[in-house]
Design a binder for this molecule. Structure first.
Ligand SMILES: C[S@@+](CC[C@H](N)C(=O)[O-])C[C@H]1O[C@@H](n2cnc3c(N)ncnc32)[C@H](O)[C@@H]1O
Length: 216
């Protein structure tokens, strides 16, 4: 197969990841036996590690938003195996935009890297491995036009505060899980929906996308 991006090949990689997302499940206590360095990420009460990829509808929506807005710089917090990054990058490659994505679990980040190459999107996506807070404090600089928040829910507000100096006018911030984990990010939702600097709209699809546009 050639090295060029094709929609058909991209959809094949996407389909494979959707299938893996349905079945992948690891018990954190078992993972820690073989891999004591596995990062202590926030986990649901069943203590299972999953891919937690966004549903296909959300992925298609993200790609569409990217194509409408054409943001030069897209930042994602929470790569997992790369599913949502792939979909945003499939939009961004059309106009030369770049997707930067952050993941603290190296096994997932390595897996994502393979998927990016397999989908021929390795030139469009740039990965950071580490805690989102550390990356934002130490490494993230420069104009940011589009953000997809999909890492640990309780820290969305902190991430937003760290990002605010870099957000361009008209920047779009999409926060996932506003419906199913809204209670964990209530401080973020309160902030973003009451600040006069943002226009926000809760899109009630899948897990709930809080979409905010920076007005000034
Ligand atoms: C919901 S999943 C991301 C799914 C991905 N956006 C997709 O749709 O394909 C959240 C990911 O964030 C990672 N994560 C959790 N807390 C983190 C943190 N503080 N810093 C960086 N990554 C984190 C988890 O390891 C997990 O892979």
């Amino acid at each position: 197969m050639g090295r060029e991006f094709t929609e058909q090949n991209f959809l094949r990689v996407s389909d494979e990841l959707e299938e893996i997302n349905r079945v992948f499940e690891e018990d954190i206590d078992e993972v820690l036996v073989d891999n004591p360095d596995y990062p202590r990420i926030w986990l649901p009460p069943d203590r299972k590690i999953r891919l937690w990829s966004v549903p296909r509808t959300t992925a298609e929506f993200l790609r569409t938003q990217v194509l409408i807005k054409r943001p030069p710089t897209i930042l994602e917090l929470g790569t997992s195996a790369g599913y949502s990054a792939l979909w945003m990058a499939a939009g961004a490659r059309e106009y030369g935009g770049k997707v930067y994505t952050v993941e603290v679990a190296r096994p997932k980040s390595d897996w994502a890297a393979e998927n990016f190459e397999e989908a021929r999107l390795g030139q469009t996506i740039f990965q950071y491995v580490g805690w989102a807070e550390d990356i934002l404090r130490r490494s993230w600089r420069g104009d940011t036009d589009f953000v997809f928040l999909d890492a640990d829910k309780p820290n969305y507000l902190k991430y937003m505060q760290l990002l605010e100096p870099y957000l361009t006018e008209g920047a779009v911030i999409i926060a996932d899980n506003a419906l199913d984990y809204g209670d964990l990010m209530q401080d973020y939702l309160n902030y973003i929906t009451t600040s006069p600097d943002y226009y926000s709209y809760l899109l009630r699809i899948d897990h709930g996308l809080m979409i905010s546009v920076k007005l000034r």
